[in-house]
Write a protein that binds this ligand. Structure first.
Ligand SMILES: [Zn+2]
Length: 399
């Protein structure tokens, strides 16, 4: 893989950082990152840093080596080559120990001293804003919020449009400048966003390298002791080894922190429970319907957590609390299903511990039966015989 020298193009009020990526003969893909023109001064075209980071995991998965035409920051190159790539390659048979050929530049990259974080208005990002809108530590108060479209959103779809407007209102109320960026990263290099989001997000951070001094990348909220892992890393979310990767992606001029990494999602929710901006703006839903749907797994995970904390009513601006209460027994059954499920959500465990005595027996039995069916359905010959019978019974019931 050859990463061409980045350049900046300005048109229609937008500034675009772009580099040609060549993967073998005849496969040339322009990769770009775009912001409003007034932020164009912060785009970094002098170095390959953003593109190297953004494509690193892709290269390791595809067994590619990398050649950068423009220099890479020397400290960054040292850390990626020496610590990150070997650690990932040695703990996975599927990951290549990618070699990087690049000129180096050891001069500190000047920046405007910005302190940023991404804003989805989910639990993790609101936790960052609560703690760093006005930090007691000098130089750690947020100057900008970012909505980076590098794989989590589909541009033009209702969810992204709604999310951008929601973030705008939140940023305005908090009095913090919002940068809305766009990129073709997800279209040009199709990757599983869950497995690679640290890389695509750091691509966005390094694209604006001349702005940032500090960037808070919100941690996922797993218990650190249980979550940190490099084993078979190609199959797990990149947030499982962010303590390593974000350290390798930090330099003496740009520090990226895994904010909240010392606590769990449930503890973050506890911290947010009394914070009025969270009560007004919390948005966790992944459905393409705008406001929280109240039914998807992320909504249920958050609703049951707020239930366990005894603060549901405080969030009736962002959730239909009455609808949750009306289905509370079934919702607790869902929580039990997560607890016993082979693919259950580990983040719900502390919530389950808090609510386990309130889960009705009938809901437990229903969840056990459902989990049993899911496990049996994984046995192919059994699924082929039993599934049509169940479908016929369901059809009769409907009639
Ligand atoms: Zn939802």
């Amino acid at each position: 893989m050859r990463i061409g020298s980045p350049r900046i193009e300005c048109r229609n009020g937008r500034a675009r950082l772009i580099a040609e990526i060549r993967i073998g003969e005849g496969d040339v893909r322009p990769l770009w990152f775009e912001v409003e023109e007034k932020y164009g001064q912060y785009l970094c075209a002098e170095r390959s840093d953003a593109f190297l980071i953004g494509l690193l995991n892709f290269a390791q998965r595809e067994w590619l080596d990398i050649v950068c035409e423009a220099p890479v920051s020397a400290q960054l190159l040292y850390q990626i080559r020496t610590y990150l790539i070997p650690s990932l390659a040695r703990n996975s048979k599927a990951m290549h120990e990618t070699r990087i050929e690049a000129p180096m530049d050891d001069a500190p990259m000047a920046n405007a001293g910005g302190v940023g974080t991404g804003i989805s208005c989910g639990v993790d990002s609101l936790h960052v804003v609560k703690n760093y809108a006005h930090s007691p530590y000098p130089g750690l108060s947020l100057t900008h919020l970012c909505l980076n479209n590098v794989g989590a959103y589909i541009e033009g779809k209702g969810q992204y449009t709604w999310q951008a407007e929601h973030a705008r209102q939140f940023a305005k109320e908090m009095g913090i400048e919002l940068i809305v960026s766009n990129s073709n990263m997800a279209a040009a290099f199709q990757q599983n966003h869950l497995l690679t989001h640290t890389y695509s997000s750091c691509f966005a951070i390094y694209a604006l390298q001349k702005l940032w001094k500090v960037y808070f990348y919100a941690s996922a909220g797993y218990d650190l002791q249980e979550a940190f892992s490099l084993r078979d890393n190609e199959r797990h979310s990149s947030d499982h080894y962010e303590l390593l990767s974000l350290d390798c992606f930090s330099t003496r001029t740009l520090q990226i922190y895994s904010e909240g990494m010392a606590i769990t999602r449930f503890e973050k929710e506890r911290e947010l429970a009394d914070w009025p901006p969270a009560q007004k703006y919390l948005h966790v839903c992944t459905m393409d319907t705008g406001p929280n749907c109240g039914h998807c797994s992320k909504c249920l995970r958050t609703l049951t957590a707020l239930d366990a904390l005894g603060c549901l009513q405080r969030f009736d601006n962002v959730f239909d609390v009455l609808a949750y209460q009306a289905r509370r027994a079934r919702n607790l059954g869902w929580l039990y299903g997560q607890h016993i499920g082979a693919d259950g959500d580990a983040m719900t465990e502390p919530v389950y511990d808090a609510l386990k005595d309130e889960i009705p027996l009938g809901q437990k039995l229903h969840a056990i039966a459902r989990e049993g069916y899911i496990r049996l359905a994984k046995i192919e010959w059994l699924r082929r015989r039993v599934h049509p019978i169940l479908e016929r019974l369901r059809g009769r019931k409907r009639l």
